[in-house]
Design a protein around this ligand. Structure first.
Ligand code: NHR
Ligand code: GAR
Length: 230
């Protein structure tokens, strides 16, 4: 009998679920969307921990309310990015995650950190990447007079917001929109596409190869899978 078979659990119960660690800096609404999809059984995985670089992040309480372990690694406690990233990495690795999810995590990560999670770290970015990498994306789309905006889930690589796209949701920009109204429209889509991408990853259908995302072993288009929505 193998060590895994020494208890009375059914074979299906002996399998450890894929473990997810979610990094946040703010309100954590994307974290909640993923945690709730896990709780409902839509995603067959375990949220092992939610970690924030900001002690005051509202998402920390939302995780506690859902009985998810939380940790704070405050970037202000460290002299430089490298030291912060090392401490964050150690904290994450205590949970032995299969997937690391950046959900409104607002610190740029060093190459040493990114390499450690190569092919198993996702980010959600509020623009139709490769457009508008970096910050302040909603205002930049408005200022450019764009007719469409949106949000992208992508694998994280050393290039900021430059890793391969997985899935994109497109929203219209209306006359009279401001950054707040546009952000709200985008946010609604974020909470739809991020759980989908996480589900694909933990079920083994999504992977990264070179600078491409593969879905069922087929290269996804450079934009990621498009989801056109209101
Ligand atoms: N790190 C790497 N290496 N690659 C990516 O693709 C990353 C990343 C770290 C974070 C999220 C990202 C986004 O989706 C992300 C993707 C923060 C900044 C930033 O400038 C930029 C991009 C993203 C997140 N942060 C400031 C900094 O100095 C701090 C801003 C703040 O604290 O409010 O790190 O947009
Ligand atoms: C989301 O809109 C996400 O796309 C964005 O921050 C918000 C976090 O919201 N991410 C970035 O801007 C990364 N630079 P949440 O904390 O409620 O999930």
């Amino acid at each position: 009998m193998s060590p895994a078979q020494t208890n009375n659990a059914l074979p299906s119960e002996q399998q450890e679920k894929p473990r997810i660690v979610i990094l946040i800096s703010g309100s954590g609404s994307n974290m909640v969307a993923i945690a709730d999809a896990v709780a409902k059984g839509d995603i067959d995985a375990e949220v092992a921990a939610v970690i924030s670089n900001k002690p005051e992040a509202a998402g920390i309480q939302k995780a506690k309310d859902r009985d998810i372990e939380t940790q704070i690694v405050n970037h202000k406690d460290f002299a430089n990015r490298e030291d912060f990233d090392m401490a964050l990495m150690q904290q994450i690795d205590e949970y032995q995650p299969d997937l690391v999810v950046l959900a409104g995590f607002m610190r740029i990560l060093t190459p040493a950190f990114v390499i450690n999670y190569h092919g198993r770290m996702l980010n959600i970015h509020p623009s139709l990447l490769p457009k508008y990498q970096g910050l302040d994306t909603h205002q930049r789309a408005l200022d450019a007079g764009d007719e469409q905006h949106g949000v992208t889930v992508h694998f994280v690589t050393e290039e900021l917001d430059g890793g391969p796209n997985v899935i994109q949701a497109i929203v219209p920009i209306y006359d009279g929109d401001d950054a707040t109204s546009l952000q709200q429209r985008v946010h609604t889509q974020e909470h739809i596409i991020y759980p989908i991408a996480v589900k694909w990853f933990v079920s083994g259908r999504l992977s990264m190869k070179g600078n491409s995302a593969l879905f069922d072993n087929t290269e996804l288009p450079a934009s990621g899978l498009p989801l056109t929505n209101q």
